[in-house]
Design a protein around this ligand. Structure first.
Ligand SMILES: NC(=O)c1ccc[n+]([C@@H]2O[C@H](COP(=O)([O-])OP(=O)(O)OC[C@H]3O[C@@H](n4cnc5c(N)ncnc54)[C@H](OP(=O)(O)O)[C@@H]3O)[C@@H](O)[C@H]2O)c1
Length: 288
């Protein structure tokens, strides 16, 4: 059943790909008037049939709305849409909802500010089917006023988190979190690849790999506390012992498809700390 909210702002979604379509469906279910524009018009047809209002141009979509989401592929697409706007958009909020760099977020904020609108940059920690569920987290940065003004609407899409007034803050969070996933997943793939090549049963190996990955999660609060207090106790091994293992891993990974994962740089960093008399400290010292 549609939950009708008479005080809801008019919303425009520019870019009706996978994420944009999921956002449109959730807002329509919330009783919002939603205007849609997509570069390839035919890809918005289904949304119009579901109740969205079609706009013939970027300008038309923006002029009809107070809250505008740019759910586009990348910053190049965002820039192309923003360059089509030249009028005073005071009182309106533009949300850049795409995966981009901190520099791109900053540039988007500058462009939007020149149009007199408020800007929010959004980092999407969710897949399209998660939009509108508690499993989705969307990170926002930029105008705190815009975030508070539109909080009710943003809460329909995910658990919204405001992570800072610097427009690039959400992009830093977003990329750092993606980086965490890539490092862990690629680390797992490197380990499984090496085990399989040595004739080891990867299913059997995976049970112990799971325990090993769990150690990272279990040690998270201790690691954060070490960073905050700038103390780096050795834990299960000190830097001298870590260096031996890291060098063995570099040997194991020579010539492999996924490369060495940057371990030579890590070894060089540990060597420098040992030379500095810090060999008895733990791994957190590498970022201390
Ligand atoms: N899908 C996910 O699971 C997921 C998860 C996290 C973050 N993200 C990020 O969210 C953003 C959107 O992802 P998506 O999955 O919705 O992508 P998508 O399905 O490929 O949709 C991309 C949208 O951008 C439009 N577009 C591309 N280039 C354009 C241009 N130059 N001018 C105007 N419009 C342009 C496309 O229009 P056309 O239809 O005309 O091509 C389409 O509407 C991306 O930055 C992605 O990295 C996605």
């Amino acid at each position: 059943m549609v939950e009708v909210d008479k005080s809801a702002p008019r919303v425009a979604i520019l870019g009706t790909g996978a994420i944009g379509s999921a956002v449109v469906h959730r807002l329509l279910r919330g009783g919002y008037d939603v205007t849609v524009w997509n570069r390839t018009e035919s890809r918005a047809t289904e949304l119009v049939a579901a109740g969205a209002l079609p706009a013939r141009s970027v300008r038309e979509a923006v002029s009809s709305s107070t809250l505008i989401f740019l759910t586009l592929k990348d910053y190049a697409a965002v820039e192309q849409c923003l360059t089509q706007l030249d009028r005073d958009l005071s009182g309106q909020t533009i949300v850049g909802m795409y995966t981009g760099t901190p520099g791109e977020a900053w540039s988007a904020a500058q462009r939007v500010t020149r149009l007199e609108a408020q800007y929010l940059d959004a980092g999407i920690q969710a897949s399209p089917e998660m939009i509108g569920t508690d499993a989705a987290t969307i990170l926002y940065s930029g105008s705190r006023h815009a975030f508070e003004q539109h909080r009710t609407t943003l809460e329909l899409l995910s658990r919204p988190r405001f992570v800072g007034e610097a427009p690039e803050a959400a992009a830093v969070w977003d990329l750092a979190l993606f980086g965490l996933w890539y490092d862990a997943q690629l680390g797992l793939l490197r380990a499984l690849d090496a085990a399989r090549d040595a004739g080891i049963d990867v299913l059997d190996f995976s049970h112990t790999a799971s325990t090993q990955l769990g150690h990272v999660v279990a040690g998270l609060s201790a690691t954060v506390s070490e960073m905050e207090r700038a103390t780096c106790p050795p834990g299960p091994a000190d830097l001298t012992e870590h260096l031996t293992v890291v060098r063995h891993l570099i040997d194991l990974r020579v010539g492999r498809r996924l490369g060495d994962g940057g371990l030579p740089e890590v070894a060089a960093r540990i060597e420098a700390l040992i030379a500095d008399g810090r060999g008895g400290e733990g791994l957190t010292a590498t970022v201390g």
